[in-house]
Design a protein. Structure first.
Length: 437
């Protein structure tokens, strides 16, 4: 509710005699995310009920204001409840204030493994330059969740000094920590890791094989191509898809021939991976097969095909891409998947339509720059006019064959590129869709 009285009423409810009401008020204030509520939440961080204290810490984590760091650090250092300390460490991680590094380092020895895990992750987010040295001793922590967090941090920091200990840990690691260790070694990229990662690509556990293939490709290991080619026929569809993406990253054009059979794989994930890899390899000889994927029953495969055809500049695909753009409409401006009620149950609704729309705008726009087409240009103008300001200003959700990147262009910028003009702000808030579809 936009009414400011909502916030004030919830802040007053933090003094209610019923702890359940105080708990609900703290959760609601966190959901509202109003910075003005910070002080009221901090004043109640010492509530007598530990569940309320934990919920207030979670609410402050959503506000993520540096001004809350001292109060949260004090609560982390002295609260008797492990779950409250856990919530405070999580909140400090969201804030990422360098001044809280000492109290987080002290929390690395907390009796609760949950607190130790959150302290490891939060310490990394503070930007402490010595975080790798401080957390490395926990690589052999009794709790698996702590060991996984340490591996993640060492990988993020690309800490070469920890490679030998990571390799030693990989040799005796439990099932659920092996993927984290493999990813960390791949991110660090030390040549001495390539042999262990190549062996991990034959691990009986599917997730380990997937991570090993990606890790070898990320570190540009000489073994990456050989391992990836061998895994194109793996019994697991996830590994086959990972192998295809890895070959795209390695970048040897002759591997395009090996990828073509995956375009007919029974599972959509290898089909998607092979299309993205063919696009990265600039395999123009595969354009007819990629065009055929525009009719694939899986939306993720169609999305990959749209990206690849635009990336390869396939003028022959202009007509089909333009038709698809006329029929496609973003489902929602919300990021990620959304929930909707249907037939008495809550079901997941895919956001594939939104991502395909964004990819089509980019692909058709880039093709019209190279080969101006009046029909395509008119379709782009109609598509732009059909969107509200909020939809035009949101970041475009485009395929990323190399992994997550930085912030991308907005939809307004994509339309402006296609028209060779800046993207002026629109006066109208919303117009009707340009297609009955």
């Amino acid at each position: 509710m936009a009414d400011p009285r909502t916030r004030r009423a919830l802040e007053n409810a933090l003094d209610d005699p019923d702890p359940g009401v105080r708990l609900g008020a703290a959760a609601a204030l966190g959901t509202l995310g109003r910075d003005a509520s910070r002080r009221a939440l901090e004043l109640h961080l010492g509530d007598l009920d530990w569940t309320v204290r934990a919920q207030i810490a979670y609410a402050l984590s959503r506000l993520a204001q540096a001004a809350s760091a001292p109060a949260l650090a004090e609560q982390l250092a002295h609260d008797e409840s492990a779950l409250v300390r856990n919530a405070c460490a999580l909140a400090l991680g969201h804030i990422g204030d360098r001044s809280t590094a000492p109290v987080l380092e002290h929390a690395l020895d907390d009796e609760s493994d949950r607190v130790r895990r959150e302290a490891v992750l939060a310490l990394e987010r503070t930007g402490d330059p010595d975080v790798a040295k401080k957390v490395l001793r926990l690589l052999n922590d009794p709790a698996r969740r702590v060991r996984i967090a340490v591996a993640v941090v060492l990988g993020i920091r690309k800490d070469r000094a920890s490679v030998q200990k990571l390799l030693a840990r990989l040799g005796r690691a439990e099932l659920w920590e092996r993927p984290a260790l493999v990813i960390a070694l791949g991110r660090i990229g030390a040549p001495e890791s390539s042999g262990a990662l190549a062996r991990a690509a034959d691990d009986p556990v599917r997730s380990v094989r997937v991570c090993a293939v990606h890790a070898l490709a990320e570190m540009r290991s000489p073994k990456a191509r050989k391992v990836a080619r061998a895994k194109l026929t793996d019994r697991s569809w996830a590994v086959r898809g990972a192998a295809a993406l890895a070959l795209g990253r390695v970048g040897v054009r002759s591997d395009a021939v090996s990828l073509l059979p995956l375009l007919h794989d029974p599972h959509p994930w290898p089909r998607r991976g092979s299309i993205l890899a063919l696009g990265r390899l600039r395999a123009v000889a595969s354009l007819p097969e990629i065009r055929g994927a525009l009719d694939d029953p899986d939306p993720e495969v169609r999305l990959a095909a749209v990206w690849a055809l635009g990336h390869l500049g396939d003028a022959r695909a202009m007509g089909k891409l333009t038709q698809l753009l006329r029929r496609t409409r973003p489902r929602s401006t919300r990021k990620g998947r959304t929930l909707s009620a249907g037939e008495g149950a809550v079901r997941l609704v895919s956001d594939a339509d939104t991502r395909i729309f964004d990819a089509l705008v980019e692909a058709v726009g880039s093709l019209t720059i190279k080969s101006p087409d009046p029909v395509a240009q008119r379709t782009l103008r109609d598509a732009e006019r059909s969107l509200s300001d909020a939809e035009l200003d949101r970041p475009a959700r485009l395929p990323s064959p190399t992994g997550s990147g930085g912030a991308g262009p907005s939809l307004r910028q994509l339309f402006a590129r296609a028209g060779g003009r800046p993207g002026p702000a629109k006066k109208s808030r919303h117009r009707a869709p340009f297609s009955s579809a």
